[in-house]
Design a binder for this molecule. Sequence first.
Ligand SMILES: [Fe+2]
Length: 488
Amino acid sequence: MVGFIRDKSSTPGAFAPTRFEADIEDCETVGTVPDALDGAFIRAGGEWFYPPKFPNDAPFSMDGHVSAFRFKRGRVDYKGRWVKTPRFLANRAAGRQLFGIYRNRLTDEPQVRGLDGTVSNTNTLAHAGRLFTLKEDGLPYQIDPDTLDTMGPWNFGGGYEAPTFTAHPKRDPETGELIAYGYEATGPASDDLYLYAIDRNGAVTREQRLKMPYVSMVHDIAITPRHVVIPVYGLVTSRARLEAGQIHWGWDKNAPVLVGIVPRDGEARDLRWFKAPPSAVIHTLNARDEGSKVILELAAYPSNPFPFFPNIDGSPWDPKGGQAFIRRWSFDLAANDDRGQEEILVREPVTDLARIDERSFGRPYRYVFAPYHDAARPFDADRARTGRPRVNCYGRFDLATGNTSTYFAGETHTLQEPCFVPRRPDAAEGDGYLLGVATDFAVSRSELVILDAQHLDEGAIARVILPFHITPQVHANWMAADELPFLS
Ligand SMILES: [Fe+2]
């Protein structure tokens, strides 16, 4: 521990930086871990190894950390490692934070401005037998699936030419093709987005170079069998903003929400833009084709969900911006009208860290699994100590019936994004397990809960209990044993 001084930018209690790497063999479990779970729940997230240079920096700058719960024959092993990017290694060699505010390289110390600045802390991906961590400001970093050692950036054998790669590529469940993209593809604050198709063997087979209507965060897309759907919205940036030393994103409430639709087998000139209601589209749920229409479903926020990305008009952040609602937007490619139609599908506010059974990507589907906060559930403030958990439930929202089935984590617990795992490859949609990490504020320990996805209200089938609080997660995925070359 060189030179680490806790300051006010460090979060106390159950979210305090742990700063260690860990191996736990044969974790303590409660209940029976299903033998059918053969693979790994692999998480990406981050914490500050050294405190940020700017106290108002975004948590999205935190150093990348990858962790895996490896399941085999009912036993679970845990491993956590830093993602050892050039940025992480440079900081560690210097014994302090050298990098500036979120995605503004002009605020880095001069000696590191030429280094790859990604922290690769957002998502994990298994494709063509390789494991990656992802962040949208850099290339994927390949990770050894057994040791979680960082192997380095990967550009798909040179076929992927953008310098950035989304944290949310989408895999077509029929073809195994991965649809990926990089935005700000010709440099910071550029309006270029390069869209790629990568086949099941990891070879780039198609590139479309698209122009965005303005420079916006393009955190996520959706796919159908025929189209790619690209939302842009009010988190904006510019060269002037960066040259002024500001954090990369600001919220412009007047920026129109636009949804680009481009045929997967078309050309860049085939991209069309449709108008959508005022909102912030960080994540999508799914999309599909219905005749001449493209249907996009998502848990969208009403406005800026992030208090650390300031409103550019100087107004204070509104906490209501952080309540997402599950909506359906319809865009008619045959109509002259470029306005989309909106329907609110679920009136219960959720977080947008919501998942579906991803074998349904691009197709009709029924179930949404979303974390949310139910204020009516009990909360033990004395034992939780560090404050009120923001997310205490996982809900299975049935879009066909409107019914909700709920798992309540506990009166001192908070939940991170879950992931759905099919019971078998041929199981019906939504038949399987829901896995997600809960942290118990009362004892500052984390556990992985394993739920029957069809019966969330029956409680956990099993819980894998760690002897510490785990590094905060952004996204996590299940990697089945046949997706990655695990040695053990
Ligand atoms: Fe994300």
